[in-house]
Design a protein around this ligand. Structure first.
Ligand code: ADP
Ligand code: ADP
Length: 227
């Protein structure tokens, strides 16, 4: 479990001609679900990528608990990220896709890994897909596998980058509920990026509104949208 603290986090591109993230500060509590919402180009992905350690900040800091993880080369941070395009390995089976993340991040035996993958697959309702390859799955099933692969590692922090935008409206609603249930059950701190206000409202304990790289407002859904 972990708190996530962003302090004056900034990211410039093109020698400062583009300010993608403009000195944002945000405290995410242990086990909290924070959604980050704003229009395309407002800096959501860049913020998330810095938290994930995929992009180095220009200035400011990122802490997980007491640990400074600002530098991309900092201690391997315990995050699992779920992407819009699923990012599954096409040549691996569902089981191998799920087990792969486990192998990279834990010292479980092969048998224990197998057991963990099976338990998680059952929790996600994908136990009958374990031998399939991604191209045999529907979009919704792929997203379940991507979620399962993130959850199986029991990370400190979940990072979601518009995970539901490729799904149809009905499935999106189902998966929202599912993600919330899992996050709640597991108590894992979650930061969830979306351009969809309704999604941000229904899913977040708190909502952070980004605009032009700046953090405009942070609060519970009814505080933020009653103004
Ligand atoms: P969002 O996720 O909200 O759509 P992004 O974080 O992707 O926004 O982008 C924020 C801004 O930074 C945009 O103006 C985008 O074009 C710019 N940007 C993102 N990545 C790069 C990059 N690697 N090089 C230059 N500009 C970038
Ligand atoms: P999203 O809108 O989901 O953030 P994008 O298509 O904007 O995704 O960005 C995809 C990739 O392209 C990211 O790695 C981002 O850093 C990079 N990127 C985005 N905008 C620019 C830009 N103006 N110049 C160079 N790279 C960019």
């Amino acid at each position: 479990m972990a708190t996530v603290t962003l302090d004056n986090l900034r990211k410039e591109f093109d020698n400062g001609r583009i300010v993608a993230v403009d000195d944002i500060s945000l405290d995410v509590a242990d086990g909290e679900f924070v959604t980050v919402v704003g229009p395309s180009g407002c800096g959501k992905s860049t913020t998330l990528r810095m938290i994930a350690g995929l992009e180095s900040p220009t200035s400011g800091s990122i802490h997980f608990g007491d640990e400074d993880v600002t530098d991309v080369h900092a201690r391997k941070r315990d995050v699992a990220m779920v992407f819009q395009n699923y990012a599954l390995y096409p040549h691996k089976t569902v089981e191998q896709n799920m087990a792969f993340g486990l192998r990279m991040s834990t010292d479980l035996s092969k048998e224990e890994r197998r057991e963990r993958v099976r338990e998680t697959a059952e929790m996600m309702g994908i136990e009958n897909l374990l031998d399939d390859r991604p191209d045999e799955l529907s979009g919704g099933q792929k997203q379940r596998v991507a979620l399962g692969r993130a959850i199986v590692r029991e990370p400190d922090v979940f990072l979601f980058d518009e995970p539901l935008s490729n799904l149809d409206a009905k499935l999106r609603t189902t998966m929202r509920t599912e993600i919330q249930r899992l996050q709640n059950e597991l108590g894992i701190t979650a930061i969830y990026v979306t351009h969809d206000q309704e999604e941000a409202m229904t899913m977040g304990d708190r909502i952070a509104i980004l605009n032009g790289g700046e953090l405009q407002q942070v609060g519970a859904p009814k505080e933020v949208y009653n103004d």
